[in-house]
Design a protein around this ligand. Sequence first.
Ligand code: 13P
Length: 251
Amino acid sequence: MSSPRVLIAGNWKMNGRLSEATSLAQAVAKGAKTGGAELLICPPFPVLASVKGVLASAPVALGAQDCHAKVSGAHTGDVAAEMLRDVGCSYVIVGHSERRTDHEETDGDVRAKAEAALRAGLKPIVCVGETLAQRDAAQTLGVVADQIAHSIPETATAANVVVAYEPVWAIGTGRTPTVEQVAEVHAKIRADLEARFADGASFRILYGGSVKGSNAAELLAVANVDGALIGGASLKAEEFLAIAAAAPDRT
Ligand code: 13P
């Protein structure tokens, strides 16, 4: 079986005022190459439509950073997956550790959001990962297995759902797990996906947490790493494009 196409995704988090966001998107669009890794940027909600306009026909997909589980209704401040689809998104990140922490999102919430994304025709990127305390207590594989089991919808397929492993302690800290640690967790996620889904071998499993141009080649070469979810380094076009350039050439 051929390996899945590598996905390089930028999570801008709460960064990017309108003018910065459009210039950054312009620079990414300008440097994006067709035929290499699939590129995705996930800006904050208010600039999605403007960024979509800038991306135009560039080979860069647009995603959001969260969605609500419902289609519409009395949910002040929330955004439906269908609204994201309307402004040109094709992906949405769900269950990022910052949302699990800041908004107390549970695996059940994350799964409902992922189901909403599928309902709207978006591909959810479902995030999982252990805290430092859990790693120190040798609970990593159990914690991640539990999150995978309860956050990924039953109707998931390799074509419509992406998984992202982001150790919480590696996010924004400059610390990354060793390649052996990444390999161990990704192998476990792969085994769990294969046990549950007929096409589990083909799901894309991204690594996230302090990925930058200088460590991307090493991380992206690890078995079962099918791309990266990038925070800080995705705010600089040249750094983001350097990560994409370091991706192994797969179709
Ligand atoms: P950093 O790349 O800034 O560590 O963030 C990773 C992340 O949380 C991406 O979703």
